[in-house]
Design a protein around this ligand. Structure first.
Ligand code: FCB
Length: 450
């Protein structure tokens, strides 16, 4: 048995990473535009000013998607491109761009999955306190309204936010993602709570205004643990490890998923964070926990966990010379079996892998091809595991490879290539990599060839 007949085969991108035209079309600034101007913030002083120039080359890119055989494409909308100040005045030119892109996708038989927020927060709203401002969730609802009014006659799949762990944790705590802040635990938790409220209000807005029935989900990082062996004890250890919060940090899957899917923060997390918690009102949890259609999750790697002699979960150290991708993420395909399985058990929603893929050293060979056997093997191994999860009863909705094309990898600049399509940033020339061609054969067989 393979995946269901309506399994979604896609690839994903994000606005700031590919669009370019950062100062074109009356777009407002985002915190990533401003962060890129800070000396040393991004490796090599790279910026998303031009990126893949997708704003101008979107038609060519849709043709490439078609060549790869995608039936879905996950894109994100740049909030400041359509609301240059974040709220208030609408930039028609920005909306027109997404209009054209959506039409082009539909005309080519590709279903758009629209992420509302993939990190490019409007700079003007950042100046008003950003996610710390108590109005921030209403700002996000207003932005959602603009998108719904214009696009929801044709877009019927939405993802509210991408990886709050990163834009809150790394952006407001770690300081290495925009807006580059190093806030106290209390402020980080407040920003996170406001962004969860924003998610809830955004879902309410979409349900209210959508012109056709739509499916809505969310795409946090799936911080995954998997068992060292198939013993019941190790499985129990991995499950407990995946969802437990024992130290103050912004990464736990349950911290970001329980409020959204279960209507409450996890008890252990509340204990650990107790002294820094913002005021959490009962109505807040109702707002945050809106009915959703699927659980979108980004999974790249997982941690191997076993039960130790004291019946406590213990992370197993990596073996010497363990397999890693170019950016040092571990090759752990089991994460795409156990992550979806544990998430499905806990939240009961169809699992949509909204991102999975690898950074590799890719270049155009003398014969004009881009040979990336490691990526083929990576995708093959992970997809096999996801298919196994499907066979074992997990409701698997679909899979988006990260990424459709090489792009601006945030603080790493253009140094990491994740694409199924190679991009020459000097000339703008695109070349489908071997992995893109391989992916097509898998899509065409609906996963039977895995
Ligand atoms: C994820 C991000 C995505 C991309 C990949 C490699 O954390 O959501 O934009 O950077 O990692």
């Amino acid at each position: 048995m393979s995946f269901s007949k309506d399994f979604v085969w896609g690839a994903a991108t994000a606005a700031y990473q590919i669009e370019g035209a950062a100062y074109k079309g009356n777009k407002g600034l985002s915190v990533w535009d401003t962060a890129c101007k800070i000396n040393g913030f991004v490796k090599g002083g790279h910026t998303g000013d031009i990126a893949c120039d997708h704003y101008y080359k979107y038609k060519e890119d849709v043709q490439l998607m078609k060549k790869i055989g995608l039936n879905a494409y996950r894109l994100s909308i740049s909030w400041p491109r359509i609301l240059p100040n974040g709220t208030g005045k609408i930039n028609e030119e920005g909306l027109d761009f997404y209009d054209r892109l959506i039409d082009e996708l539909l005309a080519n038989g590709i279903t758009p999955y629209v992420t509302l927020f993939h990190w490019d927060f409007p700079h003007e709203l950042f100046l008003k306190g950003g996610w710390l401002n108590p109005d921030s969730s209403d700002w996000f609802a207003e932005y959602t309204k603009v998108v719904a009014e214009r696009l929801s006659d044709r877009v019927s799949h939405f993802i509210t936010q991408n990886e709050p762990q990163c834009y809150i944790g790394l952006g407001h705590g770690g300081g290495n993602h925009a807006p580059g802040l190093n806030l106290s635990n209390s402020d980080i938790l407040l920003a996170g709570h406001n962004s969860l409220l924003a998610h809830g209000k955004s879902v309410q807005t979409l349900r209210q205004l959508s012109k056709v029935p739509c499916e809505i989900g969310y795409a946090p990082v799936g911080v995954t643990s998997f068992p060292n062996t198939d013993s019941l004890k190790d499985i129990e250890a991995a499950r407990a490890h995946m969802f437990s919060i024992s130290t103050p940090n912004q990464w736990g899957s349950s911290w970001w998923m329980d409020p959204v899917y279960l209507g409450k923060y996890p008890e252990d997390g509340l204990k650990v964070m107790e002294q820094w918690l913002p005021k959490i009102k009962a109505e807040d949890m109702k707002t945050i926990c809106q009915p959703l259609d699927f659980l979108g999750v980004n999974i790249y790697q997982g941690k191997r966990v076993k039960m130790d002699e004291n019946n406590c979960p213990e992370v197993v150290a990596d073996k010497v010379g363990h397999e890693q991708t170019l950016n040092r993420w571990s090759l752990t395909p089991e994460a795409l079996y156990w992550g979806p399985k544990f998430l499905y058990e806990r939240y009961g929603k169809p699992i949509l892998i909204t991102e999975n893929g690898m950074s590799n050293i890719d270049w155009v060979s003398l014969d004009g091809q881009v040979k990336d056997p490691q990526r083929i093997d990576f995708l093959h191994r992970y997809l096999k595991e996801f298919k196994r999860a499907s066979r074992d009863g997990v409701s698997t909705k679909g899979y988006f490879a990260w990424s459709l094309m090489d792009n601006f990898e945030w603080a790493e600049g253009y140094n990491e290539r994740f694409g199924l399509i190679h991009v020459d940033y000097e000339t703008g020339i695109r070349t489908i990599k071997d992995s893109g061609h391989w992916y097509k054969t898998i899509i065409d067989s609906n996963g039977d060839l895995l």
